[in-house]
Design a protein around this ligand. Sequence first.
Ligand SMILES: [Zn+2]
Length: 159
Amino acid sequence: MNKNAKLPETEEGTALFNVDPIIVKSHYEIDYLHSYAQDSPFFAGLAQKKLLGSHCPACERTYATPRSHCMDCGGATDWVELPRNGRVHTFTTCHFGGEAFLKETPFTLILVEFDGVDTLFLSRLIGAEPHEVAIGMPVRARFLRNSKFKPTDVYFVPE
Ligand SMILES: [Zn+2]
């Protein structure tokens, strides 16, 4: 038995950002391997600067946010290219966000409506100050030049 046993001390410190409450910096990293499965064509489309939706051949409904099966009849859907131009259905200004978007606050999220499409598409609107955004405002899809294969590869700008 050793009553004087102690853990070894290390030289690396902890970054302290605040004292009341104590806020420290800790590094956290993980490689997250996941599949887009049947939604893969949507992300491949974004990389090709195409916004893809789903169309039900049975009931002729078109979904802006893709789904493999129709919400009405349950039948399998086909992929269709959506228009690049739409209108702001509604919008919100985000003054807080997830870690990836925190440095971009405030930013505007919009639900886009397209002619001939039965559901809305959630995306970012850039190029307009929050007080300039209005319901019905024409918008156009733009795509990141270097696709990240993420939903944020597409965003909208005022038309
Ligand atoms: Zn259907």
